[in-house]
Every structure is written in structure tokens, then in C-alpha cells.
Design a protein around this ligand. Structure first.
Ligand code: GCB
Length: 651
């Protein structure tokens, strides 16, 4: 693609925004406000896995009609959490099929009696397919983990004196099929000399454990019956003014007024407007900068939206406040620009994985990981290989950590996965990702897939369609996918704005031959750049390392080998980063769980931290490097200190 075009969409983006969102309805993060309340349903839920042969007993016996405990034995299951590692039953760890969750709730009386209140049930994520009943009534279905879904349940709870008691039942199926995202296959093993009748396994084509369940919060929240349904904000900069373009969708009324106020961090009004769309001009705006790039990073304004609607019961008001960072993103032939300045990604890939909670959202883990990112001097991460919890992105906005937001398009390894049904599903998932994450200043690029079989012709068409669709959904951000194909064979690369490359020299090839890395990596970069003239990110590299294994000279799996491999990569990255390589993301931030296999020792051990978040030797090497790069690339060029925790440089 011509570079001019890339720049053009960065400029035109804010104007084009919103013309293509195909999903109905918004997915604003549920925030409290004078007109909105929240009730979190985290804690212990009743749980039962359906171990019946066809996994359908729950439906046959209609477990949703009565309290789950009346259907048979239940377990206590914490939410949020993956269910897999919580019990001592190995069958649950590897369970494939339907599991049932249930929780009883008492609602505040006002929620059930006040007919100008709307009650919404929101599920942060349910991996991978979910059906929801409220008081036994089929209310909601959703396909795909890692993204929220919700339903207005007012008509179920505002029906009579007993309605303040609510029973929420959620059936979740973790089966992955050729048309789910990520895809998978169910294989029946029919050799009766080896396997019992009906024996099957779930095959996945990615390298992380298929944790499942209610892995993020479930909550109830209220809005008035006329309400702010969605807000879309894009920003740009003109001379020293920040421009905030907003578009607001209102539901429940056609007769309404909207007031929009932009406040600075001291709560001072800096601009205001009215109506469903407009542009706010902020003279002398403070920009949202990535931390380490600027002395005053991550500046957030607040966009206060107030809706006043005329309803038959009288006037109704709704309030919603959205954090807004003013910043621009653009891509040239060899640079990734934030606020017009070259940005170098020195960061990590992550997983939402730790200990017994699996992928369950956890505040202590969130804060610990961000403290480690700052200790490391990491300024960016990729949400490999699925969208992370919204609270993670909110932290990135506040701390100034840049995000490449990846959808669950991982494991697209077989030709049959590039079919039309999968394509439609993939495009819908991108709609959900963009709808959820579009307003985060920290998100600077979308990644539509990780390591698809992009050498296939069918994959070329498929990736072109998903990328084009994503660009139409959000013309303000670059789009990529992460490849491990050869530069000459890759059919998807022509459509991306930034080339993201995974390579594992001297790990999956030429085992132990660290001396080859420099030559092979140089060839990789030069071939790709010569072919495409687009900026390149080394989006994965690393080595499996078992903490406490030592050997000198280095051997594979030791801490010394991981360090030496990184050092070899860094020599070439240093040569190329002044030219067209715009980032390096280590694989991985921390060790994580995978399926069992002879090449994985209790999971993937390529973390620079252990799964318990303790550093391996490579973490210190990376820390020195990242702080050195931060000092060299900071704008304006002042000295960054590695003691980043003092005096909170993040506000
Ligand atoms: C990759 C994948 C990642 C794996 C990693 C590895 O290329 O993108 O999901 O975990 O390699 O360690 O093999």
C-alpha cells in the first residue's frame, strides 16, 4: 500500500469514523454516575460440569428451570476464574463441553419498582460459547470468549413483588470448532483396541491452555430508560490545539438534548458542545504520551456527557464520563509515529495467565504486572493472543503503556479454517473488539491474527477481508497481523500497515547455534523491508528457560542460554532500529500454562519472569536494555531514570 494512503487515513480517520460499525448497540464500560448504579456479582457461584456422554443432560433436564443444586451435586466456583485448576478432579481440568454456573441475587427495591430504570446484566467474558437464563427465561447467547456481552433484563425483574430475587444461570461450552475463533477440531479416536467407545479429544492449534469459564466479572448495572448507548471519540492535533471528535448514540428516546463537557485533570472545563456529534477544540492541549517518551505522559481529560430526554413519565437524565487521551498515531515507510514523533516499541507479549485462577481477572496480579512492566522499562505490549480485560486497558491509558490490541485470531493453521463462515465470524469479532476498545488512547494498533497460515492463497483473501473490514471500522488506527511466514510466501502482508514478525532462531531451528542468529535475523529484516518498505516490529523472539537451570557455556533451557539468545537478537535490533525496525516484543513476559506435550515442561517457559512473577536472569538484561533505549529515544531528550516508581511519573 502506498505510504501516502497510510498517512491519509490517519488524517481522514476522525472524519470517516463511525460510518461502518455494523454491530447494533454500544458496549460502554459500566461506570457509576449520578444516573447509573453497579452491582458486582463476583464471588462464589454454584457450578456443575455436565459429564454425561453427550454433554447435553443439562438441556434435557432443563437445569436452568430450578436452582442448580436440585439437579445434582454442585461445586463452589469463584468468579472471575477459569474453572480448570480449581478442583482436585483431573476430569474438570481437561473437561470439554457444557459447564453450568448459577448465582442468586437480591436486587435493590428501586431497581424492580422504578419503571424509569433499566437493569442490564453484563458478562465480561465467557469462553467460548454461552447461554444465559434469568429466572429460567432464556435471555442471551454469545459466541466467543474474551469479549463482553449484555442484555436488558428490566422486563424480567420489573414484574411483581417477588421480582427482587433473581437467579442467573449461565451454561458455557469451551468446545472449539473449525468456525470458532480461535478455531479447533474435535477428534474421535475410534481404535477400540486403544480407546474406549466415544473417546474424543479437543485439538487446538495454539500454544496456551484453553482455560474457560467466567474469567471476568459478571455485573448488573442500571441506566435510565433513555440512555447514552455509545460514545465514539477520535482525536487529532492542529498546531497546538487538540481536537476531540465525538459521536454519541442515544437509545430509548427521540426527544432529547445532549450536553458534552471536556474537563482537564484538575476538573476545569476546557471545551463544551451539544448534540450527537461534534468537535471540541482544546487550545494548548496536553497530549497523551506513552510513558518514558515524555516527561508528562498519559494525560487524560474527561468527557462528561449529559443526556436529558422527555419521557411520558417526565424528564429523564443520564450521565456518562469517558476518559479521553488526545493523541495521534500514524505510520510512514519506516516509522511508527505517536503525536508526530517516532515511537519505538520496547516491550513484551503477555498472557492473562497465572496460578490456579488460570485466566481469571485478578486485581493484585494486574497491579503486580504493571509494576513489573515499569521496573523493566517496557513501554508497550501486545495482547497476545486475545483481547485482555477492559481494566487492563484502563491501566494502560493511565500509565501510558502502549497496546497492540489483538483479537483471538490465533491457531488459524489449517486450510479448512479459511472458509466463509469463519471469515464472517472473524469480522464480527473484530467489530466487537473495536466497539469495546476504540476509545482507549493506549491502543495504537489492531492485530487481527497471530501466525495464520498466511502462505495459503485462501488465507491471503481472508486476511485482506478482515483487515479491510477493521480499517473501515476504525480508520484512525493502523492494522496488522503477526506472521511467521517467509517474506516471499506471505499472502497477507500486502494489506498490513506494519509488518510484525515472529522468529525463533537458534530455538526451533539450529538448536544451540547462537552464532547464527545475527546472520539469520539480518536476512529476515532486509528481505522483508526490501519487499514491502513498511516499518517492522520483531513481535516475538525468545527461548524456553527453566528458572534455576545454569550452564556455561550456555546450553538450551538454561538462564544463560536465554540471555545469550536475547543478546544476539539485540545486536541486530540495534542496527536496524535506527532504520526501519520500530519495535521489539519479547516472548514472553511470564511463563504460562499450555496443553501437555513433550516439548512443554509444565507449560511454556519462555517468560523472563516465572509464572509467580519472579525474575529470571534475562529480566535484568532486558531491564538494562529497555532503560537504555528509553534514555535514547525519549522526547524531549532528557534523562529517564530507571527508578521509575519514585514520585509517580505517571500522572
Ligand atoms: C509462537 C506463538 C506463541 C508461542 C510461541 C512459542 O510463535 O505465537 O503463541 O507460545 O511461538 O513459544 O513457541
Amino acid at each position: 500500500m502506498a505510504r501516502g494512503l497510510a498517512v491519509a487515513w490517519a488524517v481522514l480517520g476522525p472524519l470517516l469514523w463511525g460510518c461502518a460499525l455494523a454491530l447494533q448497540g454500544g458496549m460502554l464500560y459500566p461506570r457509576e454516575s449520578p444516573s447509573r448504579e453497579r452491582k458486582e456479582l463476583d464471588g462464589l457461584w454454584s457450578f456443575r460440569a455436565d459429564f454425561s456422554d453427550n454433554r447435553r443432560r443439562g438441556f434435557e433436564e432443563q437445569w436452568y428451570r430450578r436452582p442448580l443444586r436440585e439437579s445434582g451435586p454442585t461445586l463452589d466456583m469463584p468468579v472471575p476464574s477459569s474453572f480448570n485448576d480449581i478442583s482436585q478432579d483431573w476430569r474438570l481440568r481437561h473437561f470439554v463441553g457444557w459447564v453450568w454456573y448459577e448465582r442468586e441475587v437480591i436486587l435493590p427495591e428501586r431497581w424492580t419498582q422504578d419503571l424509569s430504570t433499566r437493569v442490564v446484566l453484563r458478562i465480561g467474558s465467557a469462553h467460548a460459547y454461552a447461554i444465559v437464563w434469568v429466572n429460567g427465561v432464556d435471555t442471551l447467547e454469545h459466541e466467543g470468549g474474551y469479549l463482553p456481552f449484555e442484555a436488558d433484563i428490566s422486563n424480567l425483574v420489573q414484574v411483581g413483588p417477588l421480582s427482587s430475587q433473581l437467579r442467573i444461570t449461565i451454561a458455557i461450552n469451551n468446545t472449539l470448532t473449525p468456525t470458532t475463533l480461535p478455531p479447533g477440531t474435535i477428534q474421535y479416536l475410534t481404535d477400540t483396541s486403544k480407546y474406549p467407545k466415544g473417546y474424543f479429544v479437543q485439538n487446538t492449534y495454539f500454544d496456551f491452555f484453553n482455560y474457560a469459564g467466567l474469567q471476568r466479572s459478571v455485573l448488573l448495572y442500571t441506566t435510565p430508560t433513555a440512555y447514552i448507548d455509545d460514545i465514539t471519540v477520535t482525536t487529532s492535533v492542529e498546531h497546538d490545539s487538540g481536537l476531540v471528535n465525538y459521536q454519541i448514540s442515544v437509545k430509548g428516546s427521540n426527544l432529547f438534548e445532549l450536553e458534552v463537557r471536556l474537563l482537564d485533570a484538575e476538573n476545569k472545563l476546557v471545551a463544551n458542545g451539544t448534540g450527537t456529534q461534534g468537535q471540541l477544540k482544546v487550545p494548548g492541549a496536553r497530549l497523551w504520551w506513552p510513558y518514558l517518551m515524555h516527561e508528562r505522559p498519559a494525560y487524560l481529560y474527561s468527557l462528561e456527557v449529559r443526556l436529558t430526554a422527555q419521557m411520558s413519565l417526565g424528564p429523564v437524565s443520564d450521565f456518562y464520563t469517558l476518559p479521553v487521551g488526545i493523541r495521534t498515531v500514524a505510520v510512514t515507510e519506516s516509522q511508527f509515529l505517536i503525536n508526530g514523533k517516532p515511537f519505538y516499541f520496547h516491550g513484551v507479549n503477555k498472557h492473562e495467565d497465572a496460578d490456579i485462577r488460570g485466566k481469571g481477572f485478578d486485581w493484585p496480579l494486574l497491579v503486580k504486572d504493571f509494576n513489573l512492566l515499569r521496573w523493566l522499562g517496557a513501554n508497550a505490549f501486545r495482547t497476545s493472543h486475545y483481547p485482555y480485560a477492559e481494566e487492563v486497558l484502563q491501566m494502560c491509558d493511565r500509565y501510558g503503556i502502549v497496546v497492540i490490541d489483538e483479537c483471538p485470531g490465533v491457531g488459524l493453521a489449517l486450510p479448512q479454517f479459511f472458509n466463509n463462515v469463519s471469515l464472517q465470524n472473524h469480522m464480527r469479532v473484530m467489530e466487537e473488539v473495536v466497539r469495546r476498545d476504540k476509545n482507549h488512547p493506549a491502543v495504537v494498533m489492531w492485530s487481527v491474527a497471530n501466525e495464520p497460515a498466511s502462505h495459503l492463497e485462501s488465507a491471503g483473501y481472508y486476511l485482506k477481508m478482515v483487515i479491510t473490514h477493521t480499517k473501515a471500522l476504525d480508520p484512525s488506527r493502523p492494522v496488522t497481523f503477526v506472521t511467521n511466514s517467509n517474506y516471499a510466501a506471505d499472502k497477507g502482508a500486502p494489506y498490513v500497515d506494519v509488518i510484525c514478525l515472529n522468529s525463533y532462531y537458534s530455538w526451533y531451528h539450529d538448536y544451540g547455534h547462537l552464532e547464527l542468529i545475527q546472520q539469520q535475523l539480518t536476512t529476515q529484516f532486509e528481505s522483508w523491508y526490501k519487499t514491502y518498505q513498511k516499518p517492522i516490529i520483531q513481535s516475538e523472539y525468545g527461548a524456553e528457560t527453566i528458572v534455576g537451570f545454569h550452564q556455561d557455556p550456555p546450553l538450551m533451557f538454561t538462564e544463560e542460554y536465554q540471555k545469550s539468545l536475547l543478546e544476539q537478537y539485540h545486536v541486530v535490533l540495534d542496527q536496524k532500529r535506527r532504520k526501519y525496525v520500530v519495535g521489539e516484543l519479547i516472548w514472553n513476559f511470564a511463563d504460562f500454562m499450555t496443553e501437555q506435550s513433550p516439548t512443554r515442561v509444565l507449560g511454556n517457559k519462555k517468560g523472563v519472569f516465572t509464572r509467580q512473577r519472579q525474575p529470571k536472569s534475562a529480566a535484568f538484561l532486558l531491564r538494562e536494555r529497555y532503560w537504555k533505549i528509553a534514555n535514547e529515544t525519549r522526547y524531549p531528550y532528557s534523562i529517564a531514570k530507571s527508578q521509575c516508581l519514585e514520585n509517580s511519573p505517571f500522572t
